[in-house]
Design a protein around this ligand. Sequence first.
Ligand code: IPM
Ligand code: MN
Length: 345
Amino acid sequence: MTAHKIAVIPGDGIGVAVTESALEVATVVLPGSRFEATTMPWSCDYYLETGRMMPENGIEILRGFDAIFLGAVGWPAKVPDAVSLHGLLLPIRKAFVQYANIRPHRLLPGVEGPLRTSDFDILCIRENTEGEYSGAGGRVHRGTADEVAVETAVFTRTGVERILRFGFEQARQRSGRLASVTKSNAQQYSMVFWDEVTQELAAEYPEVNVTPYHVDAICARMVMAPETLDVIVASNLFGDILTDLGAAIQGGLGFAASANINPTGNAPSMFEPVHGSAPDIADQGMANPIAAIWSLAMMLEHLGETEAAKQVMAAVEGTTASGVGCVSGAQSTNEITQAILAALG
Ligand code: IPM
Ligand code: MN
């Protein structure tokens, strides 16, 4: 078998340390002949040196890889977020049509969330290429009293249908329950359109029980009755917000993993922890590497390394069950990583 070629972008802040942890885990579960990592220095420091977050042909460089593993992007004291994220993270999601952003929200053994219940297992599927993140808009009359800023959400039939179909497929493989999220009581064009496409697809998936929710109502439900939810499918911005809430109920951002998937396989998919660069705790060695290591497991699964992915999750779960990595700040990044490596044997 030839090696999986992985582009690794540690990026900024705690992204660097948690990526190192994930790579250590990868080299233990897969022999070098099956895993070949190439690290890219693309980051805010790279921007300060070159004036770009990645080279001009960065997308073409990445296209040759089987998958991308990313730590975090952003360090607002060095580069404004709107520059760094539009220079590195967001263009990759769009250019490679990674339209399904998949984020699992469940409590690992031993982790205490803020809710009274630990009985939930939610899979959020976030549209990742259009919607409120379309990038369509502009500003006129800058700096004057007449200044106008417009940022238009764009919902295409192609984009809406493919993410909803992905949601139906996931629901079919799990409990058969799908929550489709809009705000169609207030937004009468795009969100009503989303509801209509949901109903069209529902006819094709009679085995899936689909419930439309408004985004405000599902926020409350995720806190009050998360056990009633299974697969959630939402637009780009709604999915962004819901998955920080999902991270919170699973114990914090240190546990929130994600996969940016191109389901057609005609371009690389990207795997990243949800937490971001966290400049306030960067370089302290205290970041929880579990979100990154869980994201690695999602990457291994995507690459067809099902056994290795299972081993990684079993080691993570064994580690948290033993009380290591459960509470942020209780152990260092290195202590948690070593415990997971030891659990791998
Ligand atoms: C996420 C992040 C990004 C997003 C930011 C950093 C642009 O919050 O992956 O959830 O909004 O997609
Ligand atoms: Mn987010």
